[in-house]
Ligand binder design. Structure first.
Ligand code: F0G
Length: 465
């Protein structure tokens, strides 16, 4: 890794600064735009006229090196983020890296979900299989390593729960002190427990996620606290690496379509950046489409796409998928650029569709948190709209582990998740699917005959297709 091997470029006005010149809110002082990390080899960076390719990393050498590192015992090599460090040289030395061996997440096939959606091929990249149970670890190892490298003592984030869990864990590993701002009563308990377990100062604000962001943005201008929300462009450098890892896992055969949940809209931006960088470097011949799916009650990007004036209007967000209960997404412009550049869509899905999709993924033995299930619900919608064809090869990005929000799952199976009014809107076909998927716990007397009778009646029931 080399020092000063990158710059930051404003995604709005194009101003370029050095990494250490950035202000505490990671916004361009001229136009308030967010930054992207750029490298001497980035697509937009002019190279000397003579030998224009001389400073481009060599694709075959990189592939070989990344594969080779899999056999190493070094923590930076074992990390599924830092194994790709040649394309994210953002810390001054490998020893500065703070890692929990994140990444290295599985790619599962979902044959029953594929069949039910009307496609031949469907995979899920399960980012919930990261050390703290969400995709946030890949971004946090990157940005927190930069914070440690730059000598910060305090780090902070506003969060719907997963960012805070990841930040608290990585800060603890690095011996930094962390402060978490979460909307009171609006995050899943599993996530709240993590930030306490990892020793963060956890502040529950009586507001929503967007309110937490507002307060924290003011605080970091007054105290030397390093901001670890996804406006921090180094987060996205870590979060682009699952794109590299996915391509290795697919033996460099590019899928047609990647589907990502949309909240603050950084993850879709990061994965798109990863694919575009690989395409630019000649590692892949083309990039997949990237589609973003939002919950109907937290759908500002969807609205922007359907608004004839193309105005971004923040919404008051409401969804049981608490991870994506975000009404004013910071990275919406970056995400829209990715969707437009790669040719995907932005869709919205209802609470009923999210619940069904989550149960269907769970029934494949994979499981995920509600915010992740919007991807499958969105795929079904895109197929129904004729936007995705049967033979297209899609990868869903499952962002969080099912245990993050077990209350949601229990409520669903007990039939207590949706209101009567919501249930009444479900089609007969979907009602039947719900009925076959719901597995509420059965309470019986401790008597063998009673248990036998229950088992016999259970065995006669049809299994979901
Ligand atoms: N899925 C999960 C499980 C999440 O936790 C989040 C975001 C998203 C999807 C959306 O990703 O914001 O990059 O579009 N969670 C953040 C948090 C906001 O604070 O944990 P995004």
């Amino acid at each position: 890794m080399k020092v000063a091997s990158h710059h930051l470029r404003c995604t709005e006005c194009g101003a370029v600064i050095t990494g250490d010149a950035v202000n505490s809110i990671f916004r361009c002082p001229q136009c308030n735009g967010l930054y992207d990390v750029i490298y001497p080899w980035s697509e937009s960076v002019a190279r000397p006229a003579a030998g224009p390719e001389h400073n481009l990393p060599n694709p075959s050498a990189l592939r070989w090196l990344w594969q080779e590192r899999r056999t190493s015992m070094l923590p930076v090599d074992q990390s599924g983020v830092w194994r790709f460090r040649d394309l994210l040289p953002i810390v001054s030395a490998p020893e500065k890296v703070v890692t929990l061996r994140e990444g290295n997440t599985p790619l599962y096939d979902l044959p029953r979900c594929a069949k039910a959606a009307g496609v031949d091929w469907l995979l899920a990249k399960h980012q919930g299989m990261n050390p703290t149970g969400s995709f946030k670890d890949t971004g946090m190892t990157a940005a927190l390593s930069v914070a440690a490298d730059r000598g910060f003592e305090w780090v902070a984030c506003a969060s719907t729960g997963n960012t805070s869990a990841a930040m608290a864990a990585y800060a603890a590993r690095a011996g930094l002190r962390s402060i978490v701002f979460i909307p009171e009563g609006k995050i899943a308990w599993g996530k709240l427990s993590q930030s306490m377990d990892y020793g963060a100062l956890t502040i529950q604000l009586k507001t929503d996620f967007d309110g937490c962001v507002r307060i924290l943005t003011e605080l970091v201008t007054r105290f030397p606290i390093y901001l670890l929300n996804s406006v921090n462009p180094y987060r996205l450098e870590g979060q682009k690496t699952p794109a590299f890892e996915m391509m290795e896992q697919l033996d460099w055969q590019v899928p047609d379509h990647i589907i990502v949940p949309g909240g603050n809209l950084a993850n879709s931006s990061a994965l798109g950046k990863g694919f575009m960088e690989m395409r630019h470097l000649g590692m892949i011949p083309r990039a997949p489409k990237v589609s973003v799916i939002q919950a109907e009650g937290a759908n500002p990007l969807y609205r922007w796409y359907t608004d004839s004036n193309r105005l971004m209007r923040p919404v008051t967000a409401e969804t049981r998928a608490t991870a994506i209960r975000i009404g004013n997404p910071a990275s919406w412009r970056k995400a829209a650029n990715v969707i437009d550049a790669l040719g995907g869509w932005c869709e919205q899905v209802s609470e009923q569709e999210i619940a069904l999709a989550k149960a269907q993924i769970g029934a494949e033995g994979v499981g995920c948190e509600p915010a992740s299930a919007v991807t499958y619900a969105g795929l079904k919608k895109l197929v129904a709209l004729g936007k995705v064809q049967r033979e297209e090869r899609t990868v869903l990005i499952l962002t969080g582990h099912t245990l993050k929000d077990s209350n949601y799952t229990i409520d669903y199976h007990r039939g207590e998740l949706l209101t009567e009014a919501e249930n009444a809107q479900i089609s007969a076909a979907d009602q039947a699917l719900h009925a076959s998927l719901r597995k509420p716990p059965v309470v019986l007397d401790p008597d063998t005959d009673t248990v036998m009778r229950r088992l016999e009646s259970h065995m006669k029931q049809a299994q979901p297709a």
